[in-house]
Design a protein around this ligand. Structure first.
Ligand code: GLU
Length: 372
């Protein structure tokens, strides 16, 4: 099948792929991936690499020093390893005459709208000049609070940031299985996932049932983020023959998560992938229907319950009476203000607060619906 023509792809390469299961970067594997990237690049496809293994490379470079496992030492290893990692990617891409550029991100670069746009500009400039961005988390400086924490989720945010049409998560497993292929002879590869539900999440999180191979949980989270933003996702084995070329051609390889039908516009992608929700607005059935079925904004009259502390402009979750997340959006009123106006008609806002920011609590242009 050659019907799908992806134009912009993010390829996330996990540590297990980059080291080939060993203790240091394994250049033959990396070269094999670079060869495929170069072929796509030659065809005009825009390739963005999200590379792990900074810490592993640092450890190897320093010959496995016995360091206490504290944050400063991890940062030290990342600082040494990141430059080694980049040097290796640069040498390998150079074989094909392709330039690379390093971009190190943290969660702040996604959460803060100004930094988000800044990161997007930097990546766009590289892509436009046919330079392959090689992205990692800024492990040498990022502290736990501002870290994304794993490169699966980082790559999904990256795919959202650059509006990629494919996110390819390369790992040491052929994809998602119905059970643990190492212990269950009946385990089958799941070729396509259209719904990420609790059953699937439980399967991924349950090590006994087999999908609990390290990292499947974060891969599912990443897949969900990206497909909702309009990006197809494939989880596949980094060592599978021509895996990048096959996934990009739309061939059946690994587990594919088709993007949800409507890709989000830029601002909505930021709302979805950026700041974590700071509160929950529970709405009645009428408001839930108006939002989901008629594309309406949320008015104070429909809000029945609040939780969390949030300010005007923060991201909040809109939930139904069963506390299922229906939408996510930017809230126009702070939590203390909303306490005073929830349940009441919009015309009464000014009278109750002494000011008004308009009739809606979450405007539909500021809201991402989670319809699936
Ligand atoms: N950023 C980490 C590193 O480069 C990897 C995190 C991950 O693999 O999820 O070592």
């Amino acid at each position: 099948m050659n019907a799908i023509a992806y134009k912009r792809i993010v390829i996330k390469v996990g540590t297990s792929v980059l080291t080939g299961g060993g203790r240091d970067l394994y250049r033959p594997h990396m070269l094999e991936l670079v060869r495929q990237c170069a072929e796509l690049h030659g065809r005009g496809v825009e390739v963005i690499v999200c590379s792990s293994a900074a810490i592993a490379a640092g450890r190897a470079r320093l010959d496995f020093p016995a360091l206490p496992a504290n944050i400063a030492n991890k940062q030290l290893l990342a600082a040494v390893g990141q430059s080694r990692l980049m040097q290796t990617w640069e040498q390998l891409f150079d074989i094909y005459g392709i330039h690379v550029g390093q971009v190190l991100l943290t969660r702040e670069d996604v959460v803060n709208r100004r930094r988000y746009l800044n990161a997007r500009d930097a990546l766009s400039a590289l892509i436009e000049h046919r330079i392959v961005p090689v992205v990692n988390e800024n492990d040498a400086l990022a502290t736990a609070e501002i870290k994304v924490g794993d490169n699966d989720n980082l790559s999904a945010l990256l795919a959202t940031l650059v509006n990629a049409d494919l996110l390819l998560l390369l790992t040491d497993q052929p994809g998602l299985f119905t059970a643990d292929p190492r212990t269950d002879p009946n385990a089958e590869l799941i070729p396509e996932v259209r719904k990420i539900d609790d059953t699937l999440r439980a399967l991924a999180g349950d090590s006994k049932s087999g999908l609990g191979v390290g990292g499947m949980v974060t891969k599912l989270q990443a897949a969900d983020t990206a497909r909702r933003a309009g990006t197809d996702v494939v989880i596949a084995a980094g060592r599978a023959h021509n895996v990048i070329l096959r996934a990009t051609a739309g061939e059946a390889v690994g587990t594919r998560f088709p993007a949800l039908a409507t890709p989000l516009e830029n601002r909505k992608r930021w709302i979805w992938a950026g700041p974590k929700p700071r509160g929950v607005l529970t709405v009645d059935d009428g408001a839930a229907r108006a939002i989901l079925q008629r594309g309406r904004s949320l008015l104070p009259a429909g809000v029945v319950r609040l939780s969390g502390k949030f300010n005007r402009g923060d991201t909040v979750t809109v939930a139904n009476l069963a506390e299922e997340e229906l939408a996510r959006g930017l809230v126009a009123y702070s939590e203390p203000a909303l306490q005073k106006i929830m349940g009441c008609h919009s015309e009464l806002i000014e009278q109750r607060l002494g000011y008004t920011y308009g009739p809606t609590v979450v405007h539909r242009n500021d809201m991402v619906l989670l319809t699936d």
